[in-house]
Design a protein around this ligand. Structure first.
Ligand code: HAM
Length: 417
């Protein structure tokens, strides 16, 4: 019996890696320009962190977490997202003390037990960006600008930015109460999840994707009509700055996002090229989360991009050549000489390769071709006797003799050119 990858877990094969490198390089190059530094946190945490951070009534926590009992009786969970773990690290290491305007980013695998389909996996990767200690709407606009700038740097230009404000602890409770009241009449006709959430967490009803429920849900009260003065002016300023920066968006009053920690600004970037899983990036403000998880009362805002979805949208990366130079010795003495030259070339930065298996000249030429070698350097009895290498330029189909004492320099130049 062949063993296969676990359902929903996917291999990223060598041919796909250039595209992944490109999106990783774009992060390394862009984020520092906005003051971000990288952070790496563990892939597993205490289960409680996610239950308290993301919210017990969210799909992620209620249905999708990979949770297991540790041998000492504790409960651990593979992280379903990066924000909660980063907030834990910020609190644990008092990072805000040293840096009251803390900006960090991270990349790594996340785990959610969702139904697998195109663009939706049980292990997937996120690039995640988080800023702490900024209350001004300027950082909301900057974070959104950075999110779109990152997509652009990855070669993704066609998309839609969707924007909402979900209020804060002053105005949201009253709105949620109104929602609950309206849902009392409506809930019996809605799906099972909605009926339960109408009582436990009414805001989550706005997330419902069941087609038959949509018309009814659209008649519910809108948060936009119930924002307090502070949330309202914050949101107006975010929108004004987006206009100023020339960033178009569509308002969607149902964009509450699948995590409970959001307050005020929420946003998502979608692409119709992704099919059903149209969201490539999502984020928002989460003032209060750091405090709720036992830290100081500081603001937070950030976003995460799904790297598989980004790789689907981004133009393919260039295919890598495996070898600049292929060494082709014939005979034992020549092989030993080629082995030493191969090491020298690699140490000088060239992609050098020889065939370590005992194969014919013809088979080796074929291999050189398959590896995409630009140059093949041949050392046979005749060349050994004359103290030269035959160097063949594969693209031009030209060859020349290069004296042994110049061969390293010559091949280095060829590899770089
Ligand atoms: P999220 O919307 O749950 O937000 O996920 C962000 C992105 O991760 C999605 O837009 C999508 O591209 C990708 N993603 C999510 N689930 C899957 C999956 N099963 N398979 C493939 N890709 C997936 C968060 O995770 C928040 N922590 C974002 C955030 C950071 N908010 C503030 N800071």
């Amino acid at each position: 019996m062949k063993i296969q990858a676990v359902r929903g877990a996917r291999d990223i094969l060598p041919d796909e890696i250039p595209a992944w490198h490109r999106i990783e390089r774009a992060a390394l190059s862009l984020f520092p320009r906005y003051g971000y530094r990288e952070i790496r946190t563990p892939v597993f945490e205490e289960t409680d962190l996610f239950a308290r951070g993301i919210g017990a009534e969210t799909d992620i926590v209620a249905k999708e977490m990979y949770t297991f009992a540790d041998k000492d009786g504790g409960s651990l969970t593979l992280r379903p997202e990066a924000t909660a773990g980063i907030v834990r690290a910020v609190i644990e290491h008092n990072l805000m003390n040293a840096d009251p305007a803390l900006k960090v980013w991270a990349v790594g695998p996340m785990f959610r037990r969702e139904r697998p389909q195109k663009g939706r996996y049980r292990q997937f990767y996120q690039v995640d960006v988080e800023a702490f200690g900024f209350t001004s709407p300027t950082i909301d606009a900057e974070t959104i600008e950075l999110a779109l700038g990152y997509l652009e740097a990855c070669g993704v230009l066609q998309h839609e930015l969707v924007l909402n404000s979900v209020g804060d602890r002053h105005c949201r409770p009253a709105y949620v109460e109104r929602l609950r009241e309206s849902l009392r009449k409506l809930a019996p006709s809605l799906c099972g999840d909605c009926r339960r959430r109408a009582e436990t967490n009414p805001l989550r009803v706005l997330d419902c994707k069941v087609p038959e429920d949509q018309a009814a849900i659209d008649t519910l009260p809108r948060i936009a009509d119930h924002l307090c003065a502070d949330c309202s002016s914050h949101f107006a300023e975010v929108r004004r700055q987006l206009d100023l920066l020339g960033i178009p968006y569509r308002l969607d009053h149902r964009l509450v996002r699948g995590l409970d920690y959001y307050v005020r600004t929420t946003f998502e970037v979608t692409s119709d090229r992704l099919g059903a899983q149209s969201s490539v990036l999502g984020g928002g403000r989460y003032d209060g989360l750091v405090r709720d998880l036992g830290g100081p009362d500081v603001a937070g805002i950030g976003f995460a991009v799904g790297m598989e979805r980004l790789a689907l949208l981004a133009p393919p990366g260039e295919t890598e050549t495996r070898a600049d130079v292929f060494l082709l010795p014939v005979g034992k003495g020549a092989f030993d000489r080629a082995l030493v030259l191969q090491r020298e070339l690699r140490r000088a930065g060239a992609r050098a390769m020889l065939d370590p298996e005992d194969r014919s000249f013809k088979a080796r030429m074929k291999l050189a071709d398959r590896l995409g070698a630009r140059v093949v350097a041949i050392l046979g009895d005749d060349e050994m006797a004359r103290g030269v290498w035959t160097v063949r330029d594969m693209a031009r189909s030209e060859q020349e003799d290069v004296p042994e004492e110049r061969i390293l320099e010559h091949l280095k130049e060829k590899a770089n050119g």
